[in-house]
Design a protein around this ligand. Structure first.
Ligand code: ATP
Length: 305
């Protein structure tokens, strides 16, 4: 562990880049015990002022000792565009997104941000420009303020308050016994799933990354909370290049493009309207899910999963 025991700020900064939750990513404790396999290349340069164009060029990838997971992903994402990845479980949606912050390096091909191979950039600067929001939010046992500021450790009070506001958390925070100074987590006030997600959204407003990865919730919040969260996420995504790992079809209709991932390849890509005009997998999945929704039994898993 030794080398990784550093002041809490440093750990927090690193943690930000190693969230738990996105399937397969190392957990906090594991990270503390493991030297990172991914390191800066000799002569790595800083990525600053990213526009947020992302290009996948014939990207191939396999986890250690396993069969190929990505079998040639080609995709150009424009700055500010939202692309949602859908497809069967295990198709590679999460893996595609996890390669952008270099949780793993590609085995073949390349990923470029603003036309620069991400392997030529420093990890710290690359990850500064990428934000990840996921269902399984990591809160540490500090105050609300600390948990929000974890999005950017040098944030001012005014910036924290603004981020809380933009995540529609102001009222919730006002209702807590000590406002922003309320301790949350195991030893403090328990926040609901929806509140935790808002807190992570506040973090991201503060971090203000050009690139956003949204790992969509799989477990259901109640419909109203879900809708409110979706609205906040849509606001957060505005003006940022956004990759959505979608586990349901209903929430991604408004994505600029939807990529259907099947067995490590992009089988179809287009807007909802474009894909619905074909007779491909997306249309079949959407129709099946709608049937389920209208006539299916409660608790049944949607066809996309
Ligand atoms: P889901 O919708 O279930 O989240 P997905 O499309 O996001 O699926 P991935 O999580 O990218 O799929 O997984 C693709 C394949 O890689 C699966 O076969 C999975 O079992 C495997 N895989 C994922 N993470 C790891 C890991 N850390 N180590 C080994 N294999 C992994």
């Amino acid at each position: 562990v030794g080398v990784f025991f550093r002041p809490v700020e440093k750990i927090a900064a690193v943690l930000e880049t190693y969230p738990k939750g996105i399937a397969g990513f190392r957990r906090y404790t594991e990270f503390l015990d493991t030297a990172p396999e991914i390191a800066d290349a000799a002569g790595a340069v800083e990525l600053d002022g990213a526009r947020g164009a992302i290009a996948f060029r014939d990207v191939r990838f396999a986890y250690k000792d396993s069969r190929p997971v990505l079998k040639g992903i080609d995709l150009d994402i424009r700055p500010g565009e939202t692309v949602a990845f859908v497809g069967p479980s295990g198709a590679g949606k999460t893996t595609i997104c996890s390669l952008v912050p270099r949780f793993y390096d590609v085995d073949g091909g390349a990923i470029l941000i603003d036309a620069r191979d991400i392997r030529t950039l420093t990890l710290a600067s690359l990850r500064r420009h990428i934000g990840i929001v996921q269902q399984d939010v990591f809160l540490f046992g500090g105050t609300v303020r600390e948990n929000v500021a974890y999005g950017r450790l040098d944030a001012t009070e005014a910036e924290i308050v603004e981020a809380v506001e933009r995540a529609h958390l102001t009222e919730t925070v006002a209702a807590l016994p000590e406002g922003l100074d309320t301790v949350v987590g195991e030893r403090g006030v328990k926040l609901s799933g929806g509140q935790k997600q808002r807190l992570s959204i506040a973090r991201m407003f503060l971090k203000n990354p050009e690139i956003l990865i949204l790992d969509e919730a799989t477990s259901a919040l109640d419909t109203e909370t879900e809708r409110a969260i979706q609205a906040s996420l849509a606001e957060l995504a505005k003006g940022r290049t956004t990759l959505v790992i979608a586990h349901r079809l209903s929430t991604i209709r408004h994505a600029d493009r939807i990529a259907v991932v099947v067995d490590g390849r992009i089988a179809e890509i287009g807007s909802h309207a474009e894909l619905m005009a074909t007779s491909g997998a997306y249309r079949r999945l959407t129709e099946a899910q709608e049937r389920l929704h209208h006539g299916g039994e409660a608790g049944e898993r949607p066809a996309a999963e």
